[in-house]
Design a protein around this ligand. Structure first.
Ligand code: TXA
Ligand code: MG
Length: 322
């Protein structure tokens, strides 16, 4: 039996991580987007532990990670021709493809859905780890279900210290928001989750895509309305007047170009000059900034210009505030 009170190793040692994973244990791993809670995707008992430790419902499927398209192919996964240019141009990177699920993969991983989500992450330690093992890693974001995703080792440690044997320490995540999820419907590309690759970039590669709006249907639970939420009430604002109206003494402010009210003591500026990539990198750290400050009851957040990664951030903001 797992001893749930033992200590959690935080280390850069890929060989130790590979050995835990080969033995059916969980390891939190760095990726360029967010930290993942990884297990051998071919080991049902290990995969079940992911759901258990995250308190994640079994209807929410997991993304499967590897370091090469060739490995995916040997496991029976075929990438449709229409999506291949995305894989070629953007992998390793913050892109997840939804493709037909081969029998080899368990329904636990895909929540019984007909497709499987696959990704090659762009992080040197994750790639080294994936290279060292001959099985894929199922890995959702390493946060309790519904909470803000982790972009630093200390975020993961705060949630899971003593509950998993190891966190592979890869430093802060450079992209900072989850991968963009793309699949086909009736042969046409659909974006199911806005993320680390902008819609503009995807459209430059494969032409126009349809972006699915927020939904309560479970076809991609990353689309669930309430998600990525910090403990405080979150309010999104578009301009200085809305900011000033929403403000009270129990507020913290996350902003880009607006001014926080003169009396505000809790302010987090997302990017020095507006830069959508910098804003994405800082976004989840900002949301977590007051999690241990009970005097802060609400967070007022400035919506970003709706292009590039700003669009993905605004989408997450909508979910955090709903
Ligand atoms: O950047 C990322 O994608 C990170 C890192 C660790 O790779 N992972 C991540 O996983 O964000 P997670 O579990 O937090 O979000 C995965 C989402 C699911 O909630 C669901 O929306 C979608 O991916 N998904 C996964 N498998 C699917 C499937 N078979 N069919 C439909 N949607 C799926
Ligand atoms: Mg998640």
């Amino acid at each position: 039996m797992e001893n749930t009170t033992r200590s959690t190793l935080v280390s850069e040692d890929v060989a130790i991580a590979a050995s835990f994973l080969s033995n059916g244990k969980l390891v939190a791993i760095p990726t360029e987007t967010v930290y993942g809670m990884a297990a051998n995707a071919f080991n049902d008992e290990a995969v079940k532990m992911i759901f258990k430790v995250k308190n994640r419902p079994f209807y929410d499927p997991l993304i499967v990670h590897s370091n090469s398209v060739l490995k995916f192919t040997t496991w029976g996964i075929n990438i449709p021709e229409k999506l291949l240019p995305l894989a070629d141009a953007l992998w390793p990177g913050p892109l997840t493809l939804l493709v037909d699920k081969p029998k080899r993969f368990s329904d636990l991983v895909t929540a019984g859905l007909p497709r499987i989500a696959i990704r090659i992450p762009n992080h040197p330690l994750a790639l080294k780890l994936l290279e060292a093992i001959d099985f894929p890693l199922a890995a959702p974001s390493a946060n309790p279900f519904g909470y803000v995703s982790p972009t630093k080792v200390e975020h993961v440690f705060g949630h899971f210290s003593g509950k998993i044997p190891m966190i592979l320490d890869g430093g802060p995540c450079t992209v900072g928001i989850e991968s963009t999820i793309v699949g086909l419907e009736e042969g046409e590309p659909v974006v199911y989750r806005l993320g680390g690759v902008s819609t503009e970039t995807i459209e430059r590669i494969i032409g126009l895509v349809h972006v699915k709006q927020s939904s309560s249907r479970p076809e991609a639970p990353g689309m669930l309305i309430k998600h990525y939420a910090p403990p405080q009430h979150v309010i999104a604002v578009d301009n200085q007047r809305e900011m000033d109206e929403a403000w009270n003494k129990e507020s913290a402010v996350i902003c880009v170009s607006l001014k926080s009210p003169a009396e505000a003591t809790n302010t987090f500026r997302l990017s020095a000059e507006f830069g959508d990539e910098e804003a994405a990198r800082n976004f989840y750290t900002a949301l977590r900034n007051w999690e241990n400050k009970p005097e802060v009851k609400q967070i007022i957040i400035e919506r970003l210009p709706d292009f590039g990664l700003g669009r993905a951030i605004n989408d997450k903001l909508k979910r955090a505030s709903s």
